[in-house]
Write a protein that binds this ligand. Structure first.
Ligand code: ZN
Length: 55
């Protein structure tokens, strides 16, 4: 799976399944995501690659 933040400044890739996926309904996640919830996938660090063009 590949993806990025909205502006493309941070890109990520990982080559495994999520260990856990969840939705969070706390007030911070609702505000940050501009939605009723935030959705998260958790993966092992060794299967994950991220880079930033903003540094
Ligand atoms: Zn939350």
């Amino acid at each position: 799976m590949k993806g990025s933040c909205a502006c493309g400044g941070i890109r990520y890739e990982f080559n495994d399944r999520f260990l856990i996926a969840n939705h969070c309904h706390c007030s911070i996640c609702r505000k940050v995501h501009g939605a009723a919830l935030g959705t998260f996938g958790h993966a092992l660090k060794q299967n994950h690659f991220a880079e930033s063009s903003l540094v």
